[in-house]
Design a protein around this ligand. Structure first.
Ligand code: ADE
Length: 243
């Protein structure tokens, strides 16, 4: 898969993308993530890409043409039109389900807005999918774009060390993950649950499943309606109900 981030802050994106798991995955060719400077596509001699909003008001608005030219140049270079996503607090909130769908695509391009937004006409023209990372507002789309690129990349084959590990993690099956422990067995007077030291694989699995169900019920009961629950899960959950 190839992800292109269209931004005014390529250095900010590149600094994050060369680190840790995503940095290694890019080096190993498991995912291609490129950044493209929207400012390279302005005709303005001062390289300006923003202007005052019509109708007055605070701040500056990103102009349509540099964004349009930047996306078109990318399409021409790739020889295809990548699925375009615009990061905005006005978009649909990102979910793990949407992340999984996006990870099936060959090419995505992520547009980062800045200032007070972007000229509405380029949104009408390009019709991007609008995605928000949550109900709070950031100074720009770069951090949201990096979150999206990270969450999509880690679903690709070979990016995580063991492909099975995301099948157990929080949100993958609409359940939160069970608690984890590592050495030492006692720390600050706190011990590890006995069952995890027992070596009894079936009991460990049962305990972990129950912990996932318990956590989800306590912290995110809204997730349970989409979870794939067995009869055992359901009877465990109903055993938690007050008698
Ligand atoms: N840009 C600014 N805030 C944002 C958010 N919450 N999600 C996506 N893009 C944004």
């Amino acid at each position: 898969m190839r992800i292109d981030i269209l931004t005014l802050f390529t250095d900010m994106c590149n600094a994050v993308l060369c680190e840790s798991i995503i940095g290694r995955a890019r080096e190993a060719g498991k995912v291609q993530i490129c950044t493209r400077d929207i400012r390279d596509y302005t005709a303005d001699k001062h390289r300006r890409v923003d202007d005052k909003p019509y109708g007055g008001g605070m701040g500056m608005v990103m102009q349509a043409e540099p964004i349009y030219a930047c996306y078109n140049a990318l399409c021409e270079e790739l020889g295809t039109k990548p699925h375009l996503i615009y990061m905005t607090p006005q978009g649909k909130t990102l979910t793990q389900e949407r992340v999984k769908e996006l990870a099936k695509l060959d090419n995505i391009a992520i547009l980062c807005g800045h200032y007070e937004g972007i000229d509405e006409r380029v949104i009408e023209e390009l019709q991007p999918e609008e995605i928000s990372i949550g109900d709070y507002v950031l100074t720009g789309g770069e951090l949201p774009a990096l979150i999206l690129a990270d969450s999509v990349s880690r679903m690709l084959p070979g990016v995580l060390s063991d492909d099975s590990c995301f099948e157990e993690e929080s949100h993958y099956n609409s359940l939160l993950e069970y608690p984890q422990y590592t050495h030492p067995a006692e720390w600050n007077g706190r011990t590890v649950p006995d069952v995890l030291l027992s070596g009894h694989h079936a009991n460990v699995e049962k305990w972990r499943r129950e912990q996932s169900l318990l956590r989800t019920k306590e912290r995110r009961p809204d997730l349970l309606k989409n979870a794939d629950l067995t009869e055992n899960d359901k009877s465990f959950l109903s055993s938690l109900e007050p008698k």
